[in-house]
Design a protein around this ligand. Structure first.
Ligand code: GLC
Ligand code: GLC
Length: 811
């Protein structure tokens, strides 16, 4: 069943039934101030870092699911309702939630009153703005009682959830007019506070949760709301909240607007106080003033819309297939921006407490957003590289607030270094900005250790070269891309983390074919880069290692019908027909076929045919087969998951595009397209009851064929799947690919396609590209005409900034 529909014109997904199979969320803000918002207005806000600067509280995995958010209660006579249906769940006469590009609109209607809520974070603003429009659609005057509600988090989202002996005594607020200020710990080491304001006078308020709710009530029946009487409570400790009480009279046909701002302020030390114990509210007042009329809010909202118009104008396709067009033109690009902002930190599956920015994740995400926001991609690359160690090794994660490597997780994931090259190459190909390579970047953020970024790329390559195992293949370390294939862990203690424990590694023979393929594929980018820069000696040096790696894979990494996955600690094969379970894995098939290792000997074709045979199912490609049914200490976490879930034979969407790209190396357009559609959200919208998560974004994992409920998806939004599918569809299927020296055209499509049109902004010029397929082939560019003139080869030259160029491609 479907729960809504795509409104492509407005770039919105419109949810028409609040009872979605799982909260379907959206993200507000794309710089510094962020909010998560579900289709029933649940969720939370934070400044920069979901762990250390949490503004509002959220309860994960609560009962019912998704409790807590920004709630508006409307009391109309004896009926209390919420425009987003929750938390009162009073049946509505009409409900609609429109998730758009960094904004959400929720419209609820009950007994002739319409409440239209627009939520967004204006550009460059440290606040979430909510515009509520109440309209009396009945023919009688309405006297309504309106209560707003949010609950403050005591800043650190982790200790907020556990240290109650302290927390229940520290909470402090100030109230001034219609603004409620949260200032817990401001007196001591914090220089920041938050506020929740409304632009009209209020007739009452509450800031103490239990006084407002009543100790034995849930969000669905706060005492104050049910009685229609605010308590004007002032919180001292316990759990501070912010609730405004407003009496609203509406004549038939009349509308009134209310603008709420939930904001964050940092004050310099010498300007912390207005007077003793009274916080300096000036910066907060400035934010409130910027949005205190509907006109100002309209303007800010129009600016946000315009911002997205510009971002999304950089790549647009017209293919004749609505689903493809909406994914490429809207939702996939949008999701890539979201993974840029959040890496894997904050979603309805990631608590915002556990993980910072992943080294590998953030580098991969780059290919998804570099065309949108190249200057921020540049900054991101420098931030990431600054956490690298001098030997090329990397912290696996860093915190966005401090930009420092995270010691708790440490390093030793041996695929990490090569991803820096992957991300940097993508950036340079898009922008032509080679100057980034001269940027001075420290190691492990140590002042004085700075070297040019190019040197970081070199130590990345060398990290692989210096860590080869007995077969000349890369040693895996803690793990490679697959965090759960822990070949040196050997854990028997359930209190140990598989990612941070290494019970053996000295003398380990554990090697990875994923890293081998990655080294060949991404190493090539490095070699090309060196050649482009005239560093031929370095190019030759590394090319030699790539050639050796290619030979090592053919010799020791081929199992007969597919590439092996790894060698374990003892040097035994992993992912081989000789194994009882886990005979074949997707990662090495993906990477070695993308790298084209053994293409001429038929290895790529055999490998991909085996993928089809053993890993494919209705819902996508599973990670390995057969699934593990027993715990194998030699393999680690992968064998802990029940069969068919997560890394144990789940459909780990992230790696499906590797195979898609592998298929394009072979030129099999039908296969590539078939795999693309299987996991592409717009194509599975009809199956929402089974799929559960949002039909407008990719998820990390769908239960595989060995699972109890194949097709059931989890972990939507924050996944490398977004960037990789963007990369696969735009650069390898539609085949418009940035290169160091121009825009390469190399489509690989199903034979029955007649063609399509892509408009691509690249290095300041616009290319209007029409691809025609009169001979119904999958691959192979026959001719290209640029502005009326045929060109040699298939790389469009870099055209003058501002120029609009007509490109006709015939396959
Ligand atoms: C998660 C991690 C990613 C890892 C993948 C496979 O998605 O964020 O870094 O590669 O799992 O284990
Ligand atoms: C777990 C997950 C994996 C993720 C890792 C991150 O192992 O299964 O997907 O990458 O945690 O720490």
């Amino acid at each position: 069943m479907k729960y809504g529909y795509f409104d492509d014109e407005n770039r919105e997904y419109v949810i028409t039934n609040p009872k979605t199979p799982w909260p379907w969320i959206n993200y507000l803000g794309n710089k510094d101030f962020f909010s998560l918002i579900s289709n029933t207005a649940g969720g939370y806000s934070f400044y920069k870092d979901a762990k250390f600067r949490r503004l509002t509280r959220y309860r994960y995995n609560g009962v019912p699911m998704d409790a807590g958010g920004r709630y508006f209660y409307i009391k109309d006579g004896d009926t209390v309702w919420n425009p987003g249906w929750k938390p009162t769940k009073t049946p509505l006469d009409r409900y609609e939630c429109r998730h758009g590009m960094n904004y959400t609109r929720i419209i609820g209607e009950k007994d002739g009153v319409e409440a239209n809520l627009l939520f967004f974070v204006p550009l460059d603003t440290h606040a979430e703005v909510t515009r509520l429009t109440l309209t009396n659609k009945s023919d009688k005057p309405k006297h309504l009682k309106l209560f707003s509600f949010i609950e403050w988090c005591l800043w650190n989202a982790a200790t907020d959830m556990e240290n109650f002996q302290r927390n229940f005594s520290t909470g402090e607020v100030e109230i001034e007019g219609s603004a409620i200020y949260h200032k817990t710990e401001y007196k001591e080491r914090r220089n920041h506070y938050a506020f929740f304001n409304v632009n009209v006078p209020v007739q009452g308020f509450d800031t103490d949760r239990e006084t407002f709710m009543g100790l034995y009530n849930g969000f669905d029946e706060p005492d104050a709301v049910m009685e229609g009487k605010p308590r004007n409570s002032v919180a001292h400790g316990w759990s501070p909240i912010a609730s405004h009480y407003i009496e609203v009279d509406l004549q038939p046909g009349e509308s009134k607007d209310f603008i709420f701002t939930l904001g964050y302020v940092e004050n310099p030390d010498n300007k912390k106080w207005e007077s003793k114990g009274v916080i300096n509210k000036q910066p907060a007042r400035e934010i409130m003033e910027r949005f205190d009329t509907p006109e100002k809010v309209d303007k800010a909202f129009a600016d946000l819309r315009k911002y997205w118009d510009d971002l999304l104008a950089k790549y647009t396709v017209k293919s004749g297939d609505d689903k493809l067009d909406r994914m490429v033109n809207i939702w996939n690009q949008y999701q890539c921006m979201i993974t840029f902002c959040f890496s894997r930190s904050a979603s309805f599956f990631e608590s915002g407490i556990g993980r910072g920015m992943g080294f590998r994740d953030s580098n991969q995400d780059l290919v998804g957003f570099v065309h949108q926001i190249p200057e921020r991609a540049r900054e991101r690359i420098i931030d990431i590289a600054s956490t690298q160690f001098p030997d090329g090794g990397c912290y696996h994660q860093y915190q966005p607030l401090t930009k420092r490597g995270n010691n708790d997780i440490g390093g030793g994931f041996n695929d990490d270094p090569m991803w820096l090259i992957f991300g940097t190459a993508a950036y340079i190909k898009e922008t032509g900005d080679f100057s980034i390579l001269d940027e001075m970047v420290p190691f492990d953020n140590q002042p004085g250790s700075e070297v040019p970024l190019m040197e970081h790329l070199k130590v990345s390559v060398d990290h692989v070269i210096n860590n080869l195992g007995p077969h000349g293949l890369p040693l895996i370390g803690r793990a490679d891309w697959n965090d759960c294939l822990n070949l040196n862990c050997f854990s028997h203690d359930p209190n140990e983390s598989f990612q941070t424990t290494e019970n053996k590694s000295e003398g380990s023979k554990a090697e990875s074919l994923m890293i081998a393929g990655q080294f060949v594929a991404t190493g090539r980018d490095y070699v090309d880069l060196c050649r482009t820069l005239g560093k031929n000696e370095e190019a030759d040096r590394v090319q030699k290692y790539i050639d050796e790696m290619t030979e090592a894979v053919k010799k020791y990494g081929w199992d007969g019908d597919w590439y092996l996955r790894a060698y374990d600690y003892y040097g035994r094969k992993v992912g081989s027909n000789d194994n009882k379970e886990g005979k074949i894995f997707i990662e090495s098939q993906g990477w070695c076929t993308m790298a084209g290792i053994g293409l001429e000997d038929g290895l790529v074709e055999k490998s991909l045919d085996s993928v089809k045979k053993y890993l494919d199912c209705e819902h996508g490609l599973v990670l390995n087969n057969p699934a593990f049914t027993e715990y194998i200490p030699d393999y680690g976490e992968i064998s802990t998951y029940p069969a068919g879930y997560k890394e144990n034979a789940g459909i780990f969407s992230h790696n499906n595009p590797w195979v898609i790209i592998g298929e394009t190396v072979l030129g099999r357009g039908e296969r590539a397209w078939e795999y693309y559609q299987k996991i592409c959200p717009a194509y599975v919208e009809e199956k929402s009851d089974l799929h559960k998560v949002e039909p407008y974004v990719y998820c990390q994992m769908t239960a595989g064929k060995d699972a109890a409920r194949p097709g059931e998806a989890k972990n939507s939004w924050l996944t490398g799947t977004a960037a990789w599918n963007w990369y696969a569809i735009t650069q390898f299927i539609l085949g418009i690919r940035p290169a160091y020296n121009g825009l390469e055209i190399d489509p690989c499509i199903p034979k029955d396609w007649d063609g399509y049109h892509v408009s691509r902004k690249f290095r300041g010029a616009t290319y209007d590209i029409s691809v025609r397929n009169p001979h119904h082939v999958s691959k192979g560019v026959k001719s290209i005409i640029l502005n009326g003139n045929p060109i040699e080869g298939n790389v469009l030259p870099i055209m003058p900034e501002g120029s609009i160029n007509k490109v006709e491609v015939t396959l």
